[in-house]
Design a protein around this ligand. Structure first.
Ligand SMILES: Nc1ncnc2c1ncn2[C@@H]1O[C@H](COP(=O)(O)OP(=O)(O)OP(=O)(O)O)[C@@H](O)[C@H]1O
Ligand SMILES: [Mg+2]
Length: 422
C-alpha cells in the first residue's frame, strides 16, 4: 500500500471516534432487518464481481487468459497495405515477399507480423519514401493524442483503442497509455488490472513524485503487433492525492510537466502515443494534455451530453489558463470533436450534429463514428472490431461499423501527416 493511502487510513482511525454513527440511531428510522453495513456489502460485491470477471475471462479466452491477434485475409491485408489483392498475389507469385500460411483451400492468411514484414519490403522498393512505412521521418516530432471528455461513456476508450489498433495495422509504431484508474484500455489489451498491476507496473510508477521509475520499465508488449501499452489501474488515483502536497513542496517537474518529462525516455521508439483519459479533469488528465500534440473530444450527439460538454470546455479552459501561466506548453497541432454513437436516422441527433458543425466548423470531424452493435458486442468479450471475425456478425453490420471506423481513422491519419508537414 502506498504512503498517502495508508496515511489517510491512519488519520481516519485516529481522528474519528469508533462507531460514530450508532446502530441505534439508524434503527429508529428503519426496521432492523433492512439495514446493513455498506462497507461490508460493497466489499462482498467487489469480491464476487472480480471472481466472476476472472472466470468470464477464462471462458472467453484460452486458459492462460492471454489474447492472441487473429489472422487477416488477403483482402484485409491488401487494404491495410494500400495495394490491390491482385498485386499482393503477384508479389507472392514473383517471390518478392515470403509465403504465409494458407488454408486447405489455398486461401492465404496473414498475421500482424506478416503484414508488417511485407510493408517493410515494399517500402524498400517504393518510389516515394514513406509510401508504406507511413510513420514519422527524421525531424518529425512524435504525435501524442488525448481522447478526452468528462462525460462518462462518450467512447473515449472505445475510440482510443480502435485508433491505436487501426494505426498499428497501418504500420505505425504505437504506444497506448492508459491514464484511467478504471483501466478499461488495459483490460481491452487482455490484462486484469486488479491482479496484474495491483502494487506496481502502472503509469503511476513513472510519474509519481517519490523515486519515479524510468518509463521503459512499465511498458508492456501487447499481443497486438505494433502496440505497446503503459497500463493503468487504481494506483493512478495516488497521483491525484499526492499532487497537492507536491505542489506545496514545489517538487519539480510539477504535475502538468511530469508526463511529458517521463515520456521523453521512450518517445523515439514510437510514431504515435495515445492517451485514454479518465472521465474527469484531474491532475493526471492535465498532465496528459500538457504532453499532447492533438486532442480528440468524443461526444455523443444528444443535448444532455452537449450541455455537459459545455461545462467541460469551460472548466478545461480555466484549468489550462492556470497551468499555462505556470509555464506549461499550450501549443497543439489540432483539436477535433469526434461524434460517436451516431445514428443517421435519428432526427434529433442529426439536429445536434448540425448544431455542432455550425458552431465548431472544421473542428468537428467529417466522419462520425456510427453506433453499432458490432462494436458493443465486440466490447462484451473485451475485443475490438479489428479482433473479432467478420463471420461472427451479420455481414452488413460488421462492414458498416468497420467502414465508419476506417473513415474516422483515415481522417486522424491525415491530421498526423499534416502535423508532420506532408
Ligand atoms: N460507436 C459505438 N457503437 C456502439 N457502442 C459503443 C460505441 N462506442 C462506444 N460504445 C459502447 O459504449 C460503452 C462506453 O464506451 P467507452 O467505455 O468507450 O466510453 P468511455 O468514454 O471510455 O467511458 P468512461 O468515461 O467510463 O471511461 C461501451 O460499452 C462501448 O462498447
Ligand atoms: Mg474509458
Amino acid at each position: 500500500m502506498h504512503e498517502s493511502q495508508s496515511q489517510v487510513k491512519e488519520t481516519i482511525n485516529k481522528t474519528l471516534p469508533k462507531n460514530s454513527v450508532t446502530k441505534k440511531a439508524v434503527n429508529l428510522m428503519v426496521p432492523e432487518q433492512e439495514t446493513f453495513h455498506i462497507n461490508k456489502r460493497i466489499r462482498e460485491n467487489a469480491e464476487d464481481l472480480s471472481a466472476a470477471l476472472q472466470s468470464h475471462m477464462l471462458k472467453v479466452f484460452a486458459p492462460d487468459a492471454r489474447k492472441e491477434l487473429r489472422q487477416f485475409s488477403a483482402g484485409e491485408t491488401a487494404e491495410l497495405l494500400g495495394i490491390s489483392t491482385s498485386f499482393l498475389r503477384k508479389l507472392h507469385f514473383d517471390e518478392k515477399i515470403p509465403d504465409v500460411e494458407s488454408t486447405a483451400g489455398g486461401r492465404r492468411h496473414y498475421s500482424g507480423e506478416n503484414i508488417l514484414e511485407i510493408r517493410k519490403i515494399l517500402e524498400t522498393t517504393a518510389k516515394n519514401k514513406g509510401t508504406y512505412m507511413r510513420g514519422r521521418q527524421a525531424g518529425d516530432k512524435v504525435q501524442v493524442l488525448s481522447f478526452l471528455n468528462f462525460k462518462g461513456g462518450s467512447g473515449k476508450t472505445t475510440s482510443s483503442v480502435h485508433t491505436a489498433q487501426r494505426l498499428a495495422l497501418r504500420g505505425y509504431r504505437v504506444l497506448a497509455v492508459d491514464i484511467d484508474p478504471q483501466a478499461s484500455m488495459t483490460t481491452l489489451f487482455g490484462y486484469t488490472p486488479e491482479l496484474d498491476f495491483i502494487d506496481s507496473g502502472t503509469i503511476y510508477d513513472a510519474i509519481r513524485y517519490e523515486d519515479p521509475l524510468p518509463f521503459s520499465q512499465i511498458i508492456q508488449k501487447t499481443y497486438f503487433t505494433g502496440i505497446d501499452l503503459a497500463p493503468g489501474g487504481l494506483l493512478l488515483q495516488e497521483f491525484e492525492h499526492e499532487t497537492p502536497q507536491a505542489l506545496r513542496k514545489n517538487i519539480q517537474p510539477a504535475f502538468y510537466a511530469r508526463m511529458a518529462a517521463a515520456l521523453q525516455e521512450v518517445e523515439a521508439n514510437y510514431d504515435v502515443i495515445i492517451f485514454d483519459c479518465p472521465p474527469q479533469l484531474g491532475y493526471l488528465t492535465m498532465s496528459a494534455l500538457c504532453a499532447s500534440t492533438g486532442v480528440l473530444i468524443t461526444i455523443v450527439p444528444n443535448m444532455l451530453d452537449v450541455a455537459s460538454m459545455s461545462q467541460f470546455l469551460q472548466m478545461s479552459a480555466d484549468l489550462l489558463d492556470v497551468v499555462s501561466n505556470a509555464g506549461a506548453n499550450m501549443e497543439f497541432d489540432f483539436l477535433r470533436f469526434l461524434i460517436n454513437r451516431y445514428e443517421p436516422n435519428d432526427g434529433p441527433q442529426q439536429q445536434v450534429v448540425a448544431f455542432l458543425r455550425q458552431l465548431f466548423g472544421d473542428e468537428v470531424m467529417i466522419a462520425p463514428m456510427l453506433k453499432s452493435t458490432a462494436i458493443s458486442d465486440a466490447g462484451l468479450t473485451q475485443q475490438t472490431i479489428f479482433e473479432v471475425e467478420r463471420a461472427q456478425f451479420h455481414r452488413n453490420t460488421y462492414d458498416r461499423a468497420l467502414d465508419s471506423l476506417n473513415l474516422v481513422n483515415d481522417e486522424i491519419e491525415l491530421l498526423l501527416h499534416k502535423a508532420w508537414g506532408r
